[in-house]
Design a protein around this ligand. Structure first.
Ligand code: ZN
Ligand code: ZN
Length: 355
């Protein structure tokens, strides 16, 4: 059974601070965070009587094994069971995850009482990782790096992008990953200028970039890394762009420290690219948190108001994308420490590979 990430503390605290009689957590990843239950159907109901997990008969055994709070196996509609319990407690005000709740659940719950949007209050504890989560993310990051190292042993100029992507995914599985955190990106030549390119049945040629963005899912926790290589003999412009992105990447990592506004980290990357006349080709934010989901707060973007806190894990991934020429992105995962930053990703940022 997993350690309870304190339904009692966090969610009971919310019952009081938001002045609600019940909290309904319906987002699976949040249900998992609070209860440890990993099934595909579950709802967490928190009232003054304590937390209760509701799921269906497919998960009788799994709920008993995983959940750190009492579980009720519901044969019919979950909402009916929730209604029964809320009525018994004479609950009037019901707190919900207003950013994520389904329309159907919203409509059903609205008949039972006054709904109170909890904003990001339910999710916020997830932004700062517990020691146990940090250990899991470290393992996922290490596996991801090892998978790339192994996969690149099979790299040959002229191989298909899809073949290299398949090799990467295979190595992740062989190393024990449950799966990939997202669809692996392998993009070569001018195609690398698409930040979220899909691998194609196209040969990776010498003289162009090779961009690989990959992540593993291990024990439910995601990793995320991008490396860009120059394949064989490269034009001078390609190396110039690479060096500028690397400089921006390192400057952004340097800017990470507790108490700093997330947007300042983004600005550090932008400033370097501006100096090189490349800022207009940087079209996304500098990074994001990750954990049970691949993209979590805090976002490290131009308008990010979040202050970095010790224990947050974020990616640092500036990129430059020149249409018709190619793109470079370099992405690591780092941890905000008590005094600064710790790099989790250990994969070297070498440049060329044999052509
Ligand atoms: Zn990535
Ligand atoms: Zn990322």
């Amino acid at each position: 059974m997993l350690e309870c990430y304190n339904c009692t503390l966090e969610l009971n605290g919310l019952l009081a601070s938001q002045n609600v009689d019940a909290i309904v957590v319906s987002t699976l990843v949040n249900v998992r965070y609070y209860t440890g239950f990993t099934g595909s159907n579950g709802l967490l109901l928190v009232t003054r009587k304590g937390p209760l997990l509701l799921t269906d008969p497919r998960y009788t055994t799994q709920a008993a094994q995983e959940a750190n709070c009492p579980a009720v196996i519901v044969k019919g509609p979950t909402l009916k069971e929730v209604a029964k319990r809320l009525k018994a407690l004479k609950a009037k005000r019901i707190g919900v995850e207003d950013q994520r709740i389904s329309f159907a659940l919203h409509r059903g719950l609205a008949k039972l009482g006054e709904l109170v949007g909890l904003g990001d209050a339910v999710e916020k504890p997830r932004w700062v990782k517990t020691p146990d989560e940090t250990v899991k993310i470290r393992a996922s990051v290490a596996l991801n790096s090892q998978a790339l190292e192994r996969a690149m042993k099979h790299f040959k100029v002229g191989m298909f992008e899809t073949d290299l992507a398949a090799e990467i995914d295979y190595q992740m599985r062989k190393l024990g990953a449950e799966g990939t955190a997202f669809d692996t990106i392998v993009a070569s030549g001018a195609h690398s200028a698409l930040p979220h390119a899909k691998p194609r049945r196209v040969k990776i040629a010498a003289g162009g970039y090779l961009l690989i963005d990959m992540g593993a899912c291990l024990n439910g926790y995601m990793s995320d890394m991008t490396r860009t290589f120059g394949v064989g003999e490269m034009p001078r412009k390609a190396l110039r762009i690479y060096k500028a992105v690397l400089e921006a990447h390192l400057a952004a990592i340097d800017a990470v420290r507790p108490g700093k506004l997330a947007t300042k980290v983004h600005q550090a990357a932008v400033d370097v690219l501006k100096k090189h006349g490349l800022a207009e080709y940087f079209v996304h934010s500098t990074g994001h948190g990750l954990g049970l989901e691949i993209h979590e707060p805090p976002r490290l973007g131009g308008k990010a108001k979040t202050k970095l806190e010790e224990g947050m894990l974020v990616t640092i991934e500036p990129g430059v994308y020149v249409e018709g020429f190619g793109g470079v992105r370099i992405e690591d995962t780092v941890r905000v420490t008590g005094t600064g930053v710790e790099a989790l990703t250990t994969t070297p940022k070498g440049w060329t590979i044999a052509g």
